[in-house]
Design a protein around this ligand. Sequence first.
Ligand SMILES: Nc1ncnc2c1ncn2[C@@H]1O[C@H](COP(=O)(O)OP(=O)(O)OP(=O)(O)O)[C@@H](O)[C@H]1O
Ligand SMILES: [Mg+2]
Length: 376
Amino acid sequence: MIRIDSVTKRYPDGTVAVDRLSLEIPDRSITVLVGPSGCGKTTTLRMINRMVEPSEGTILIDGKDSRQQPVNTLRRSMGYVIQNAGLFQHRTIVDNIATVPRMLGWGKEKARARARELMERVGLDGSLAKRYPYQLSGGQQQRVGVARALAADPPVLLMDEPFSAVDPIVRKGLQDELLRIQDELGKTIVFVTHDIDEAVKIGTMVAVMRTGGKLAQYAPPAELLSNPADAFVEDFLGTDRGIRRLSFFPSAGLRLLTTPVVAVDATAEQIAARATAEAPYLLVTDMDGRPLGWSEPGDLTAGGVDPARLLPYGRPFVAGTDSLRAALDCAVLSPTGWAVGVDAEGRVTGVVSQQTIGEAIRGAHAKGRTDAEAAR
Ligand SMILES: Nc1ncnc2c1ncn2[C@@H]1O[C@H](COP(=O)(O)OP(=O)(O)OP(=O)(O)O)[C@@H](O)[C@H]1O
Ligand SMILES: [Mg+2]
């Protein structure tokens, strides 16, 4: 575990970049430092591997003062990833990744074999190995940066805005990849960003810092969203924090209805037996149970389903796996106000109304409050 204990950094010109910061960074999880520009995130990260020396306070690594370790040993145990990857432009991709193993004295072949293994791990095609960084897209370069940091298998990864320079779609891919790598390798990751959505998505713990290098709040994302410590944190989280918080509640408890679901070959009698006042629309599926669309009240009774007249069913949610936020989103986007729940294979398991989702949300909020009180 990394423990930052009342650490202050005062630069020679008098700037206090970090002010008496204390943080316990748990092992094998992702801790995110987030906050506005200039609040001391990079300084904090660099104090962990002693690229910057603290003015006061101590940083303990596995209980030992980091100053008692030779700086080279310390840095070797911590991979470092920066924005724009910071690759060596005159070296091929495979040799960029092999940099640290080579420095540690590995033979060329062994180091390159390791590099190729890591390319696969971070989702890079082996055919890119002999290219130079300028021949890669920004997102690919960023993956090379992550692979290079992982090359010597350090227990700790320090990442300073690693995904800030790529577009939102590539960024989402990189975030998912990082979560998968973290799952597989169990690294202790300290991740800096100024993007609160990124922090909430990937953080096990999130430290919100404010200008002047002070800690505003340190909590798991769900706790941050439900109980911001003060107006600064609340402001920083943004206006739709209630909606985003729903990402942390599973859809598993939602009661899905199967009565309003009919197969495309249903007879008029079968259909008539399905429509109710509570659920006036019927969802029509194909013979495999995959959704085709919604039928308006009355449309089906004439003698069977006319697929050409169905309303679009929108985007379904995976019932039980996806969050309440996903379920709500589907209902809001649906022309009928009902969300379609499917299983992992895309077969309909039932439908649920906005109203029922609303009740589940109120229940989840109430439970959140009780849990918070119990914790106090
Ligand atoms: N070498 C330095 N000498 C003097 N002041 C510095 C030095 N490096 C950083 N600072 C100042 O320390 C404060 C914190 O800087 P830091 O780079 O840690 O912020 P940051 O949170 O990473 O910001 P950003 O989000 O813009 O990257 C800023 O006011 C910055 O100007
Ligand atoms: Mg910075």
